[in-house]
Design a protein around this ligand. Structure first.
Ligand code: HT7
Ligand code: ZN
Length: 863
């Protein structure tokens, strides 16, 4: 397979000014006429035009109206020679949407047409320079049989609709903004919408629509509210206004990712649009809010200013994740809510991105090479990318960051640019040298900072030493520019109290540097990397007593939470039992009526197994799993009364409200129910059944069902069946039904029981590998989100994994490649796991017809 290199970027030899598409939609054969005005770029004399194109039947090529026959056609390209400097190229081709199971390009889902063009899907619709630095204005004529496809949508503004002979009709859409092909979209079929008209900052009317199948119209309000909130937020925080008169969101049930920011016509996985209290959990509500915001924010960070090439993906994704994180934090409505959001974001980063950065697929946020670009829509590019943006804000301050954003848009609106251009705007707007900071863009791996404290003769010193493990292709690293927010607690006895009592920013730029504070009477407590100011691992052997001080007193909620996590981690990894000091502190926290319930819930959420794996040299997954369960049992048992109090005092009576406070109460209540069951409380079974039966929302219903299933309650089977029957016509809820069973905890006495259930569910009539959400709800959920059940020192579950990677490879390479990442860290596992993992990887590797997506992942894992 081919490896693409960032260093080999070449500007295109031709530019395309306008695209006029005429598309006659038919599931079994769609005809596309693509008329383009093309110009040779300066200095490109004699170059032939090489267009991308895949999986189409080429019907004709015309240059300035004249048929051309002397072209060269391969499965991936169309080359035309001897072209003038400026010409009209018209290409007619056909494709078969109903046969397209990859869900890239034009495809059919539940009888309707949808497109997905990012990153390289447009080339499956027509022949084109399918690269983000070729920007054109589009006019699109859609034609289809009216009774089957009454709604015809594309980017921009609707300028004409017409009735045609034989029951056909057409619609013409014009997008005034030049855009790269990856932002093209069309939707056609039986859909209905809710609409709102709002006034933007400058007083213009904007039409907002959410399009869904008729049966889902009652689940669109939250997405619409989220869209309006996002529009307002971007005006206020960044002065960015919606630039089109009309903005549409469309929901589709078959989709590879979360959503897509096509200009003016965002297409969403139903999972991130549809919600009502009965069918969607609080997590769903909050995900919808952030994904709607994310796609909307792309309109500026991604669409108006786009990427020069796909190596620059984090330019738009890291920045847009940062923006959606900031938006969601602001929507939480309180300081503790913001901290909760920050903790959730960091948990995700450490659970998923840290392992990626330590594994065979590790890459810088701006990769240097790829075989398949679809494999680089990663937590590194997205979530670590967002952290790199956040650090720039920390270094420059909020105002400085805003100045940098303003300059970025001033310089680059309408352009396709690089990560370097972004950092230059930040740097120039603030006269701050970010040369060394840019290593975050080029070096992979999670930096580690070792913290060594000393206290002698009234002087407190903190020595900070940074290092970064080798990653594929990068054996050694230059020091990173690491912004560390810190505060020194317990300086009341200081002779000069103003000295060290505020939060400060320390810029660690060398391998080793020291912070010195003088005039202290006793050793203080250090709170460092506050609010997780840098995405690093801190190697800091802080004493239990200092950690307890932080857990009790640090007003930085992140570090309060972090102190508990560290203590839990020590208990899990060293097998130490919890001290009574710690248990008492935890009990006080749980019973504290002033504390945000969502924060308490996070305090008691133990470090994820995947994060714990990163803390050891050799992973023994069953030892970690059991030790983690033992810790949870201790917390359940010792705090049983407090859990009972928590269960009884976090009701949310009345009409369902998805706001952060109510959601926090429900999550703590569900955790309490879990802990009561874990502790063996006699009433727990009844509580669960009653909660299940009386719930007026999905969070409580699902929480109760999960407890019944996880603790093998006598009611579990009956309630599972009831749940299935109640929601059988709602695909997203049936996904939950599968996922709940696939992620249930394993019976310690019967470790294979979950796999057995999963094998049975695999045969369930509602199961299908063709629908990505459904495949993920069972297969990915078991293989990637249930480590305690999945990792056994035997072949069975690894063979199950391999078999599904192979099967999915034929249907949908992207979904297969995600699953293929499941054994990334196999070399770290104990030998009795490794052997079986290796065989499973090799089984995949030896298949012929592996997609480039799966091949790259498996090859790198085995390498
Ligand atoms: N920019 C979008 C990426 C995306 C995508 C990429 C590859 C294959 C399918 C896809 N669907 C969406 C999503 C986003 O970051 O907003
Ligand atoms: Zn994005």
């Amino acid at each position: 397979s081919i490896t693409f290199l960032r260093s080999e970027y070449k500007a295109p030899a031709f530019t395309i000014q306008t695209v006029d598409l005429d598309i006659a939609l038919n599931p079994s054969k769609t005809m596309v006429v693509n008329r383009m005005m093309i110009q040779r770029a300066a200095g490109q004399i004699g170059q032939s035009l090489v267009l991308h194109g895949e999986e189409q039947e080429l019907i004709s090529v015309r240059v300035n109206g004249e048929i051309v026959r002397g072209y060269e056609l391969t499965p991936h390209s169309l080359t035309i020679h001897n072209l003038p400097d400026q010409f009209e190229l018209s290409i007619t081709s056909a494709n078969i949407p109903e046969k397209n199971t990859s869900l890239m390009g034009l495809y059919v889902s539940n009888g309707n047409f949808f497109t997905q063009c990012e990153a390289e899907g447009f080339r499956k619709i027509t022949y084109f320079l399918d690269r983000p630095d070729v920007m054109a204005t589009y006019q699109v004529t859609l034609r289809a049989i009216k009774k089957d496809f009454p709604v015809l949508l594309s980017n921009g503004n609707l300028i004409k609709e017409e009735e045609l002979p034989n029951g056909w009709h057409s619609a013409v859409w014009q997008d005034p903004f030049p855009k790269p092909s990856y932002l093209f979209a069309l939707v056609a079929g039986k859909l209905q919408s809710i609409e709102r008209t709002i006034k933007s900052q400058s007083g213009k009317d904007k039409l907002l629509q959410v399009w869904v199948e008729a049966k889902d119209l009652d689940k669109t309000e939250h997405a619409m509210d989220s869209l309006i909130a996002s529009i307002k937020w971007d005006e206020q925080r960044f002065g960015l206004e919606l630039d089109l008169d009309r903005f549409m969101i469309v929901a589709v049930g078959d989709f590879n990712m979360g959503a897509m920011e096509n200009k003016g016509l965002n297409i969403f996985n139903t999972k991130f649009v549809l919600a009502n209290p009965e069918t969607a959990s609080d997590v769903d509500y909050s995900n919808i809010e952030s994904v709607v915001a994310h796609e909307y924010f792309h309109n500026w960070t991604g669409n108006r200013v786009t990427c020069r090439d796909w190596f620059q993906l984090s330019l738009k994704e890291g920045l847009t994740v940062f923006r959606d994180q900031e938006f969601s934090a602001d929507q939480m409505g309180s300081a503790s809510g913001k901290a909760v959001k920050r903790i959730e974001d960091v948990r995700l980063l450490r659970q998923v991105q840290f392992p990626e950065d330590a594994g065979p697929m590790a890459h810088p946020i701006r990769p240097d090479s790829y075989q398949e670009i679809n494999n680089f829509y990663t937590v590194t590019v997205y979530e670590k990318g967002a952290e790199i943006i956040r650090m720039q804000q920390t270094l420059l301050g909020r105002e400085g960051f805003r100045k940098g954003m303003d300059l970025y848009f001033k310089r680059h609106d309408g352009q396709a640019v690089t990560c370097d251009d972004f950092v230059s705007a930040m740097s120039d707007a603030n006269q701050k040298d970010l040369t060394e900071f840019k290593r975050w863009y080029s070096q992979a791996g999670t930096p580690r900072v070792k913290v060594e404290e000393s206290f002698a003769g009234n002087t407190y010193q903190v020595k900070l030493t940074q290092s970064c493990p080798a990653t594929p292709g990068q054996d050694t690293k230059e020091p990173f520019h690491i912004p560390l927010l810190y505060k020194i607690l317990g300086t009341e006895s200081s002779s000069d109290s103003s000295k060290a009592s505020n939060e400060q920013l320390f810029e660690l730029t060398q391998t080793s540097q020291t912070i010195t504070v003088e005039g202290l009477k006793q050793k203080p407590t250090l709170s460092i990397n506050r609010n997780f100011s840098a995405p690093i691992v801190l190697d800091f052997e802080q004493s239990e007593s200092d950690l307890l001080t932080l857990l009790r007193q640090d007003e930085d909620a992140f570090n309060r939470w972090e102190a508990a996590q560290k203590l839990f981690m020590r208990s899990i990894l060293n097998g130490a039992t919890l001290t009574s000091d710690l248990l008492n502190t935890l009990k006080e926290i749980l019973l504290d009526g002033q504390l945000d319930p969502a924060f308490k819930d996070l305090i008691f959420t133990l470090p994820a197994e995947s994060y714990l794996y990163e803390q050891v040299k050799v992973i023994d997954p069953q030892a970690i799993h059991q030790s983690r369960r033992k810790l949870r049992h201790q917390l359940a048992h010792h705090l049983q009364e407090a859990w009972l109090w928590a269960y009884e005092h976090h009701q949310t009576p009345g009409k369902f409200n998805p706001d952060a406070m109510s959601a926090g109460k429900r999550s703590l209540k569900n955790l309490a129910l879990h802990m009561l069951s874990e502790s063996g409380h006699a009433g727990a079974g009844d509580f669960a059944l009653k909660q299940y039966e009386n719930a007026n929302n999905m969070t409580e219903r699902y929480g109760a069902l999960a407890v019944m299933v996880n603790f093998a309650s006598a009611h579990a089977a009956k309630c599972l069946q009831h749940f299935h029957q109640t929601f059988q016509s709602d695909a997203l809820v049936i996904d939950k039904w599968f996922a709940l069973q696939a992620t249930r905890q394993s019976d310690l006495s019967n470790p294979r029981s979950v796999l057995k259930d999963v094998l049975a569910l695999r045969q369930h009539p509602d199961f299908s590998l063709k629908n990505p959400n459904r495949a993920r709800s069972l297969i990915h959920a078991f293989c990637m989100n249930n480590p305690g059940a999945f990792h056994q020192p035997e072949a069975a579950s690894y063979e199950f994994w391999a078999k599904h990677v192979i099967e999915l490879n034929q249907i949908n390479p992207q979904v297969a490649a995600r699953l293929a990442r499941g054994l990334d860290r196999w070399k770290q596992f104990a030998p009795n796991y490794q052997v079986h993992m290796k065989s499973a990887l090799e089984l995949i590797a030896k298949q012929d017809n592996l997609s480039s997506d799966v091949a790259e992942v498996i090859e790198k894992a085995l390498n």
